[in-house]
Design a protein around this ligand. Structure first.
Ligand SMILES: Nc1ncnc2c1ncn2[C@@H]1O[C@H](COP(=O)(O)OP(=O)(O)OP(=O)(O)O)[C@@H](O)[C@H]1O
Ligand SMILES: [Mg+2]
Length: 237
């Protein structure tokens, strides 16, 4: 493995296993995409036949497709997990990173009536970051916030200078968390959602920590949730 200081080398006793799980996830993705493709072709064929039997078959196909999507998400999350060992940190701007993620989720937010309010500090100092990986963490957090506000709400995004570096706050007016969720949210596979894999937050936490940062949460049931991400500025890394 490349030992250059830019490469993040995590002191993880399960590193080999994590990497193996990542490769396995990657291998499973190929046959899974063949399954999806064939199921979609089958769906197209059946759509041309108007009979009760084909309608029943189409229903079953839709279940298979839903489960394929679920597996695809699970595998993507696993691959993100294992990629953490190959982080390459470069100087970058936290404002840019969150802007890109918010632009991505903009249409969905508008559709579900969520107002996104940005208070980004224009003079924010740069940090050391791996753009693709950090954005994956931010995507998970914004996705969770939107999922917590299915009937609309407000998502405030703030960046600010702190004593030790910079911080990013994501404050949603969503459903908030109960005590059990607050206690377990960072555990792998913990999810309160019927279709959640429960890898979003643990992955985000690992990514933030791999950037020398910290993630902090405050939440009140039925009121909302605030995630604060703290990053050191370069001279402190
Ligand atoms: N912004 C939030 N508001 C309310 N609850 C949240 C928020 N973010 C996370 N949670 C809670 O934490 C749990 C774990 O989140 P995590 O992102 O790890 O998994 P998930 O969202 O359930 O599934 P996945 O992200 O893998 O699709 C969620 O199921 C939810 O209960
Ligand atoms: Mg999630």
């Amino acid at each position: 493995m490349n030992q250059s200081p830019e490469n993040f080398d995590q002191p993880d006793p399960c590193a080999e296993l994590t990497e193996l799980a990542g490769s396995l996830a990657h291998e499973i993705k190929n046959p899974l995409s063949v399954i999806r493709l064939n199921v979609e072709l089958l769906e197209e064929d059946l759509q041309e036949i108007a009979s009760p039997a084909s309608r029943r078959a189409l229903k079953k196909i839709s279940t298979v497709k839903r489960q394929c999507t679920r597996l695809e998400h699970l595998l993507d999350d696993f691959m993100q997990f294992s990629r953490l060992r190959r982080l390459t940190l470069k100087p970058g701007d936290l404002n840019d990173q969150i802007e890109q993620v918010l632009d991505f989720y903009g249409p969905q937010a508008t559709q579900q009536n969520v107002e996104i309010v940005r208070y980004l500090d224009a003079d924010l100092p740069g940090i050391m970051l791996d753009s693709r990986t950090l954005q994956a963490a931010l995507l998970n957090l914004v996705k969770n916030a939107l999922e917590a506000m299915p009937d609309g709400g407000r998502l405030e995004i703030r960046t600010r200078v702190t004593l030790k570096g910079v911080a990013l706050d994501l404050i949603d007016s969503g459903c908030g968390m109960d005590d059990t969720t607050l206690l377990h949210m960072f555990e792998n596979f913990f999810s309160s959602k019927s279709n959640g894999t429960g890898l979003g937050l643990p992955t985000a936490k690992k990514i933030i920590e791999a950037h020398g940062g910290l993630i902090d949460v405050q939440s009140a049931l039925d009121r909302g949730t605030k995630f604060s991400l703290h990053f050191p500025t370069p001279r402190r890394i």
